[in-house]
Every structure is written in structure tokens, then in C-alpha cells.
Design a protein around this ligand. Structure first.
Ligand SMILES: O=P(O)(O)OC[C@@H](O)[C@@H](O)c1c[nH]c2ccccc12
Length: 276
């Protein structure tokens, strides 16, 4: 491993290798896609206009910022606990090198629950999008900060064309503009800076007012209490995405019940800071 490359550079390099292996399968994958039914809108439907804060519960074995979280946790068992406790959607981290995940995890989970599934990975090519649909994902994460502008717009349109919902991940004002320009309807504000790993819920507080009311907004990362949920709900978040906190719990169902206990509120309006 080249020590001069950041972990993100290393992930992107390994993704490029994976894509090379997928290239010969392209027409086979397209044929399989044509045999599936459209449209896939379950992910946004599970989060839009709800009376409580939406919860996307994540299956995440490890991460580059904190190391091993729950490496040997059984995906089917964990996700069934999430479902029984009231999670609205499931996110599965499939990146292998730093997150110890796999597409196999997602496929197993797909066979065991009907809840909408988000494939969480570093998507830089159309073939990964096809691969996600064929593995049973309802949505994919599209991270604005890792994509050249042109590639972002192209991949966004491809998602629309093949019928999978992109959760467009942003971390600052410029990325929000780009997401809105593409026409994104589900926007994830990542409270974690992917380059420094610094986590701050202030990122959501600052950016929520900049996103129009008709968009679904998900606050991602670093969320661990019902206070966090209440605050984000009142500031206009439709949903939260929670990984590490749930993976570390002995009783994830109880943790979900506690998290959601005070968030049965209508979503607050996203007031522009200019108007108070
Ligand atoms: O484990 P946390 O702090 O609850 O965070 C979950 C999720 O937001 C995080 O896994 C994530 C958000 N965006 C990403 C992009 C790539 C990898 C991981 C992520």
C-alpha cells in the first residue's frame, strides 16, 4: 500500500480495479436489469411526509476513523433487530478495504427483509450502479465530494435512467448547490468530513436551512441520542442515518426505541438563517 495516498485515494484506486473486473459483464448485467420491474421508489416513500423522524439504520462492521466496530456481527440478525424496533430503511456498507463490508452482506440482508435498502459504497461508475440494483438495493449513496462535476451529473442521470434512487451526500454549501442543480430529491448531509474524519452536528444545523422544503433531507453520522434527533427534527430533517452507535449496542432494539422516543413530531420548517 502506498503510504502517500490518503485512505480515500486508496479506496478509489481499489474501486477502479473492481470496475475493470465488471467490464466484461456489462451486457449480461444490462440484460438482467431488463428483466426486473420498475420503478424502485421504496426508499423515498419510506421517508417522505412521516409523523416521526425517519431512521435509516446502518450495518457497518468497521470504519477507517475508528477501526473495528462489530466485525463478526451477523448481518441478518442485526437487521432483524433494526426492523423489529422500527427502522424505516437499512443502509449496508459494502466497501471491503476499510469498512470490512461486502456486496454479499447486502444480498443476504435483501433476502431476509423487505425494508428499503441503501447500498453505501464509493460509487464512481455506472457498472457499480447496475451491480447495486442486481444485488437488491433500492438506493445508492452518491458522494458529491469524491466525483468530478461531470461524472456526478452523469451518474445522477444514469440512476434516473435505470431506476434507482440516489441519496446525494453533501458536506458544504457548494456541494448543496451541485445536488440541487442535478435535481436531487434525497439529500444526505454528512456531519463527518470524509478527509479529516471530524464529526460535528453543526454541519447539519448550518446546511438544513439551505435545502428547499420539498426535498427529503437525511442527517448522517455522529448521531447517538434522542436529543440529537429532536433537535434535527425541529430544524427540518426528515431522517437520520445511524451506524456506529447502533452497531455497538448489546440491545440495538432498545437503543432504537430510546433514540426515537421523543421524535414523534412533525418535521420543523427549514428556516433560512437570513429570516431568523
Ligand atoms: O457510524 P455513524 O457515525 O453513525 O455514521 C453512519 C454513516 O453516516 C457513515 O457510515 C457514512 C456517511 N457517509 C459515508 C460515506 C462513506 C462511508 C461511510 C459513510
Amino acid at each position: 500500500m502506498n503510504r502517500n495516498l490518503s485512505w480515500l485515494d486508496q479506496i478509489i484506486a481499489s474501486k477502479k480495479e473492481e470496475i475493470k473486473k465488471l467490464l466484461p459483464l456489462h451486457s449480461k448485467m444490462e440484460k438482467e436489469l431488463s428483466e426486473l420491474s420498475m420503478p424502485r421508489k421504496a426508499f423515498s416513500a419510506a421517508l417522505r411526509h412521516k409523523k416521526k423522524m425517519g431512521l435509516i439504520a446502518e450495518f457497518k462492521r468497521s470504519s477507517p476513523s475508528i477501526g473495528v466496530i462489530g466485525s463478526s456481527t451477523d448481518p441478518i440478525l442485526q437487521v432483524s433487530k433494526y426492523r423489529k424496533a422500527g427502522a424505516d430503511c437499512i443502509s449496508v456498507l459494502t466497501e471491503e478495504k476499510f469498512f470490512n463490508g461486502s456486496l454479499e452482506d447486502l444480498k443476504k440482508i435483501r433476502q431476509s427483509v423487505k425494508l428499503p435498502l441503501l447500498r453505501k459504497d464509493f460509487i464512481i461508475h455506472e457498472l457499480q450502479i447496475l451491480q447495486s440494483i442486481l444485488a437488491g438495493a433500492d438506493a445508492i449513496l452518491l458522494i458529491v465530494s469524491i466525483l468530478p462535476v461531470k461524472d456526478f451529473f452523469r451518474l445522477y442521470s444514469y440512476c434516473m435512467q435505470v431506476g434507482i434512487e440516489p441519496l446525494v451526500e453533501v458536506h458544504d454549501e457548494v456541494e448543496i448547490e451541485r445536488a440541487l442543480e442535478a435535481g436531487a430529491s434525497i439529500i444526505g448531509i454528512n456531519n463527518r468530513d470524509l478527509r479529516t474524519f471530524h464529526v460535528d452536528l453543526l454541519v447539519s444545523r448550518r446546511l438544513l436551512p439551505l435545502i428547499p422544503e420539498d426535498k427529503i433531507v437525511v442527517s448522517e453520522s455522529g448521531i447517538s441520542s434522542s436529543d440529537d434527533l429532536c433537535d434535527l427534527r425541529m430544524r427540518g430533517a426528515d431522517a437520520v442515518l445511524v451506524g456506529e452507535f447502533l452497531m455497538r449496542q448489546e440491545d440495538p432494539a432498545k437503543a432504537i426505541a430510546d433514540l426515537l422516543s421523543r421524535s414523534f413530531l412533525p418535521r420543523g420548517t427549514r428556516k433560512s438563517p437570513i429570516f431568523g
